[in-house]
Write a protein that binds this ligand. Structure first.
Ligand code: TYD
Length: 136
């Protein structure tokens, strides 16, 4: 199974302000079919808390900070995102939750798929069953 990974994105430093870039299939290993973002998150709230069967994604903190907990069914890893030139690549098939959002945080998610409700695995017990059976 592929692993979650932090990608360092290009950063063009400039006294007028910095600039970063993401090109599909160049800085990330998939074509971008959808972009969405999460913002105005009240203190203490969590987002995500599910797995995707097919969707691969890159999660970027464009502003502020938050943590992404990625779980492969055996091991949980926490990634803290607080710079807009880092992206967390999350392959398909992993449980992921976003939490500890700072005030005014802005999370951008680049997705390899269009929105499909049936791509979600929302029950943790189902996720464990699918994941651990696949590993056998
Ligand atoms: P969801 O992905 O379940 O958010 P979270 O995992 O953070 O709880 O999405 C919340 C709602 O938004 C859900 O009703 C589906 C809808 N939605 C879309 O219609 N299109 C999208 O691309 C996304 C990401 C969500």
């Amino acid at each position: 199974m592929k692993k979650p990974e932090i990608f360092q994105l290009p950063k063009i430093e400039d006294p007028r302000g910095n600039l970063s870039i993401i090109e599909e299939e160049q800085h990330i290993p998939f074509k971008i079919e959808r972009v969405y973002w999460i913002y105005d998150v009240p203190g203490g709230q969590m987002r995500g808390g599910h797995a995707f069967k097919e969707q691969q994604e890159l999660i970027v903190s464009l502003s502020g900070s938050f943590d992404v907990v990625v779980d492969d069914g055996l091991v949980k890893q926490t990634f803290s995102l607080n710079r807009s030139y880092y992206g967390l690549f999350v392959p398909a098939g992993l449980w992921r939750q976003m939490q500890n959002f700072s005030t005014n945080s802005l999370a951008m998610i680049l997705s390899s798929t269009h929105y499909k409700a049936d791509d979600y695995i929302r029950e943790y017990s189902e996720f464990l069953k699918l994941t651990l059976n696949n590993d056998e």
